[in-house]
Design a binder for this molecule. Structure first.
Ligand SMILES: C[S@@+](CC[C@H](N)C(=O)[O-])C[C@H]1O[C@@H](n2cnc3c(N)ncnc32)[C@H](O)[C@@H]1O
Length: 261
């Protein structure tokens, strides 16, 4: 039978996360118990996970979770895997000048719920709603929520007609439909990724309709592709002011905050 040490010494793939997952041990515990012999079932489970990983399945889908900001989130192939870039939106939202007030917040295209759940956890005095057109993603988002958040199914603003918000926040699909990098993302839901020829179809809808759902001086905060910032600023100019642009932690243009006129 193989021991932990046999696996650690002899992996083409970084094996430690798989051992941790199957044996429910931290990296330190793996090293401390490196003579432990895996049972037949544990070995079969690891071999099957490694095989799937070698075929390209992202580790987050194999483990079923991914950390974001200060929390762990359930993820499934029905949801986008949370990206570190999106933490920028959380930082910006938490720094808003009126963040200490009881803001009414809408997260559009919530996916696994990372934005809505993180904001509500950090600011329990905010009233948070979240929409997605995928029922399966919403199921995951609901399971990730530990506090009261209203999850609603429908396309963009459809489920919140007649409501208005102090902050609308979104990480919408923004990849061009012919982008070569999509091949690397083939395990994630395509409808969470692409938005027409120039990647801006969904952002155009959100920018166009958001003013109907924002209080005067309400904020719109969007994540976007690294080469889309100038075009989104142009889209915003008509109905928004105080437009601020942000770079992510890799110094790439990544987010825009604007206030409704
Ligand atoms: C880029 S993912 C972001 C998911 C999550 N907010 C995050 O940051 O990880 C975009 C999300 O928008 C949702 N979506 C796509 N088109 C939509 C539409 N027309 N109306 C509502 N949600 C939509 C997708 O299902 C997906 O969950």
């Amino acid at each position: 039978m193989k021991t932990i040490q046999d696996y650690l010494e002899n992996g083409a793939i970084d094996i430690a996360p798989f051992l941790s997952l199957v044996l429910d041990k931290s990296s330190a515990e793996l090293i401390l118990n490196n003579n432990y012999q895996l049972t037949f079932d544990e070995k079969s489970c690891i071999d099957s996970l490694v095989l799937q990983r070698e075929k390209g399945v992202p580790f987050a889908y194999l483990s079923g979770s991914r950390g974001f900001y200060h929390l762990d989130f359930k993820v499934t192939p029905d949801t986008l895997i949370p990206r570190p870039e999106t933490e920028l939106l959380i930082d910006i939202a938490l720094e808003l000048s009126n963040a200490n007030k009881a803001l009414k917040v809408l997260d559009l295209g919530t996916g696994s719920g990372i934005i809505a759940v993180t904001l509500k956890d950090k600011n329990p005095h905010w009233q948070v709603s979240a929409t997605d057109f995928s029922n399966k993603a919403l199921e995951v988002a609901r399971s990730n929520a530990t506090t009261q958040i209203e999850f609603l199914q429908g396309s963009w603003f459809e489920p919140v007609t007649n409501q208005s918000f102090d902050l609308i926040i979104s990480n919408p699909p923004y990849i061009e439909e012919n982008d070569a990098h999509l091949d690397d993302l083939s395990f994630e839901p395509i409808c969470a990724l692409t938005a027409g020829k120039d990647g801006l179809d969904d952002i155009r809808i959100i920018v166009d309709q958001a003013p109907e759902y924002l209080e005067k001086n309400g904020f719109l905060l969007l994540e976007h592709g690294h080469d889309q910032q100038d075009r989104i600023v142009e889209l915003l100019k008509q109905k928004f002011n105080n437009i601020q642009t942000f770079k992510d932690y890799n110094s790439k243009d990544r987010a825009i905050l604007a206030q409704c006129k």
